[in-house]
Ligand binder design. Structure first.
Ligand code: ZN
Length: 120
């Protein structure tokens, strides 16, 4: 499953960045995913539950932020948001647009952790 390998690499990245915070538990991981990144959020969530077992990420929440597709329209000289993924046309002038500025991202936006308080 494509999503499982994505989630595994997210878990690796987060685990590495936790090295500086011994004993910390992850509360939430936020992802930025472009609408054209060809991942299914339900699959991501499902795989996340499996891949985080027995890791510092166990029990944390995965938040998936879907980013709209943004193309640059030559005639308008502007970046426009593409609403329909069936036809890549500028919503303002109707011209076909090919110059993608956003839509295929797949990256970690933020990681929220709970630091374990030291008992005195
Ligand atoms: Zn246009």
């Amino acid at each position: 499953m494509h999503e499982l390998s994505i989630v595994s690499s997210i878990v690796d990245t987060v685990t590495e960045s936790l090295a500086a915070y011994p004993g910390a538990k992850v509360k939430e991981v936020r992802l930025r995913v472009g609408a054209l990144a060809s991942v299914i959020e339900d699959s991501l969530q499902f795989c996340y539950g499996i891949a985080t077992e027995d890791t510092p990420l166990a029990g944390s929440v995965l938040v998936v932020n879907i980013l709209p597709v943004v193309m640059h329209c030559e005639p308008c000289g502007a970046d426009v948001e593409i609403v329909s993924l069936q036809s890549f046309r500028c919503p303002k002038c109707g011209e076909p647009v090919l110059d993608m500025r956003q839509g295929r991202e797949l990256e970690i936006e933020s990681i929220e952790i709970d630091e374990v308080e030291e008992q005195v």
